[in-house]
Ligand binder design. Structure first.
Ligand code: SF4
Ligand code: SF4
Length: 700
């Protein structure tokens, strides 16, 4: 009877305390902007719970910590059975779960996972000690995480296991344990407790059950009041996240749950990007509250790894801390806000983006350091959408505050006036084709029926000297393979990617709409692009504006042509090469294999991977419009990347993006002028290597 009363009383108290917090959290999230898309397509979303939450897909990519986390997670799922048993034992001493409660296999699984959780605690402890921020400073992925609370939680998990063994061992000795065999760990505990005698074991049985419930209930309360909130929030956050992930296209600017229409928009009532914490949608707020502070994102971030102040983890946790601190203000009726404590009103007045002088939540240097490379989004085990949040804050800064790195202003002006970031005349867009041994067709009116591909050359491909070589190589390869193609020439303008990634959605819309109109007018169906940024924008973002085309990256098309035997690489290219994954080709669009296949098909070429490759490829530093900004803080990202490449002592660094070509090319030149790199090491597009390996066409 005592057992029942105490157990139920504890449960009631914990339910009230935790429920109060969850209700507060629910109201807080409800105060965010609407986001109706997140609750559509429920069937597919539920299916992802099996791979992402139950399957622990992303966590398992990090083998040791991933396995430890997976065992803890699955352990707690299995141990739900023991919680049912503990509650049942409050009412009936020899309670067994109806149907399965006496199966030895259930007892075995319960004990197996109890042991697995104990092993996982040991692994977590080792990881936390080895990754201690005290020893590793900013290079620890737990830098500025709430490590104290993480230790408390590890202790709580340990308490869950030992109290479980205590009451189950005692139950064996008092004869009320439901499993006659299988529960090996409980029987081992029973053997230890047996010498104490039946009377003591009866007491331990009750004490153990109450301690077990107290630990679990206390754990539940700690979870909802700490950063371990992710245990409760990760499933709904994954359920409502962008599918398949938050990479590739940026979302349109949203206000009131609808895409913002610039012609109709009212700056007084519409939300332009995110200028205040309450401008974020409820899903953004859920992201902030879900962060586990694991630091996986931070460990992969090129900005953080080159000593810049941007850590994607700290962006999310700073936004969360500000949201929670401002919550009393957001949840109070407007006419009572003046009566709130001074600290709350001060928090409410903090600018979302601003330097230390104005106590901003996010420092401008943090905001503008992001290359949109997607490493954070790729790694985050709970599907937080960092890039969307960063670029939404940029949108407000650019469109409402006109506040952005001044040097990027030239690029915006050039886009506005000349349709390309370099400010060159449109007539120069065909210069790359001069002296080619064949005529490049330029679309004039509708694309002729015999043209298979519209070759989207892109601003860099048309106007930047090094990128022009790629354009010429691709044109020559297509010509050799007998693929009929045409270009828009002066009819092409920038896709708008740099403007959009900088936050100037208005300019992006202008450029993008103009291109979509042109493409629709000429009847474009199949497009090939050499620039992954153009590729991403046309393939993944133009559908938002009614532009739907079958778009392919040149490496995909060339790999197919080699496969089909239409391109035959036969000349040996005796070089050692390493391939750099462009972020907007790899992570954002999952094109990892075709460029590698192309290299693999070139005879004589030996290829070696850099340590950070494919999903973990390290950015060149140009994305997110960083190409157009000064890099004055920390080490240059392109230097960091080229050092990694040079460590392999390659003859050639290959890539598949004009931005990467320029960034890595600049970095290697700098290294060569310092004498830190061999003369002759070059950065080229994979298409140039493929071209070198083709037999000279027979004279006609
Ligand atoms: S997108 Fe890349 S640069 Fe930006 S925060 Fe994420 S990892 Fe860092
Ligand atoms: S944002 Fe994601 S990856 Fe980064 S610390 Fe939080 S949970 Fe970990």
């Amino acid at each position: 009877m005592v057992r029942l009363v105490v157990g139920l009383a504890m449960t009631l108290v914990a339910a009230v305390v935790a429920g109060h917090r969850l209700w507060w959290l629910f109201r807080l999230l409800r105060s965010g902007e609407p986001d109706p898309d997140r609750t559509r397509d429920v069937g597919r979303r539920i299916a992802t719970q099996f791979t992402e939450v139950l399957g622990q897909r992303k966590l398992l990519k990090w083998s040791v910590p991933g396995l430890a986390h997976a065992f803890t997670f699955w352990g707690f799922i299995v141990l739900l059975l023991t919680i049912i048993e503990a509650y049942g034992a409050l009412f009936v001493r020899d309670f067994a779960i109806p149907g399965i409660g006496h199966w030895p296999v259930v007892g075995f699984l319960e004990d197996l996972f109890a042991a697995a959780v104990l092993a996982a605690i040991v692994v977590f402890t080792v990881i936390r000690v080895r990754q201690s921020p005290r020893q590793r400073g900013r290079w620890s992925r737990f830098y500025k995480s709430h490590t104290g609370m993480a230790w408390v939680v590890l202790l709580m998990i340990f308490n869950v296991v030992w109290t479980l063994l205590l009451y189950r061992g005692a139950q064996v000795n008092t004869g009320v344990f439901p499993y006659k065999s299988g529960a090996f760990f409980s029987y081992a505990a029973a053997a230890v407790l047996h010498p104490l005698g039946t009377g003591v074991n009866e007491v331990l049985e009750t004490v153990g059950i109450l301690l077990q419930l107290a630990t679990i209930l206390g754990f539940g309360v700690i979870v909802v009041y700490s950063k371990h909130l992710h245990i409760a929030l990760a499933p709904p956050n994954v359920l409502t996240s962008r599918r398949p992930d938050a990479l590739g296209p940026l979302l349109p600017m949203m206000s009131g749950g609808r895409p913002l229409d610039f012609e109709q928009a009212d700056p007084d009532t519409d939300v332009f990007g995110r200028g205040k914490i309450e401008d974020f949608t409820w899903k953004g707020m859920l992201d902030f509250a879900t962060c586990t502070e694991c630091g996986r994102c931070q460990s992969q971030c090129p900005a953080w790894n080159t000593d810049k102040p941007l850590s994607p983890k700290l962006v999310i946790t700073d936004l969360r801390d500000h949201l929670f601190a401002k919550a009393p203000y957001l949840l109070a009726p407007e006419d009572r806000r003046d009566a709130l404590p001074e600290s709350v009103r001060a928090e409410a007045e903090r600018p979302l983006v601003g330097g230390a002088d104005v106590n901003g939540v996010i420092d401008p240097d943090v905001l503008w350091s992001c290359t949109n490379c997607g490493a954070c989004v790729e790694q985050c085990p709970v599907d937080i959408e960092h890039i969307d949040h960063i670029d939404d804050m940029r949108r407000y800064q650019v469109l409402i505050e006109s506040s952005f790195p001044s040097e990027a202003g030239t690029m915006l002006k050039n886009l506005e006036n000349k349709g390309n970031p370099w400010g060159m005349n449109a007539s120069a867009r065909l210069d790359w084709a001069e002296d080619l041994p064949f005529e490049v067709r330029v679309v004039d009116g509708a694309i002729p029926d015999d043209v298979e591909y519209l070759f989207w050359v892109g601003c860099a491909g048309a106007l930047e000297d090094r990128a022009r070589k790629t354009t010429r190589a691709v044109a020559e390869l297509l010509h050799t393979a007998g693929v009929s193609f045409a270009v828009l020439g002066p009819g092409e303008t920038c896709t708008g990617d740099p403007a959009r990634r900088l936050g100037n959605e208005f300019l992006y819309q202008m450029l993008a709409q103009q291109n979509v109109e042109t493409l629709n007018e000429v009847g474009a169906k199949k497009i090939v692009a050499t620039c992954p940024h153009c590729f991403n924008t046309i393939a993944r973002e133009y559908p938002q504006l009614g532009g739907n085309y079958e778009t392919i990256h040149h490496t995909q098309l060339l790999a197919r042509l080699v496969d089909e035997g239409r391109l035959k690489p036969v000349q040996r290219v005796e070089e050692k090469v390493t391939y750099h994954d462009p972020c907007f080709l790899g992570r954002h669009n999952k094109v990892y294999t075709p460029p590698r296949d192309l290299l693999g098909n070139v005879p004589g070429l030996t290829s070696q991977e850099m340590h950070r490759c494919r999903e973990r490829g390290f950015c060149c530093g140009a994305g997110g419009a960083r190409m157009w900004m000064e890099e004055t803080i920390g080490k240059r990202v392109n230097t960091e990347r080229i050092e990694e490449a040079l460590a392999l002592d390659p003859d050639t660094v290959s890539t598949a993006c004009p931005y990467c070509l320029v960034m890595l090319g600049d970095a290697i030149k700098a290294k060569q002028s310092e004498g830190a790199a061999r003369e002759g090491v070059e950065v080229v597009d994979v298409s140039s290597l493929l071209l070198r390996s083709l037999q000279e066409p027979a004279p006609e």
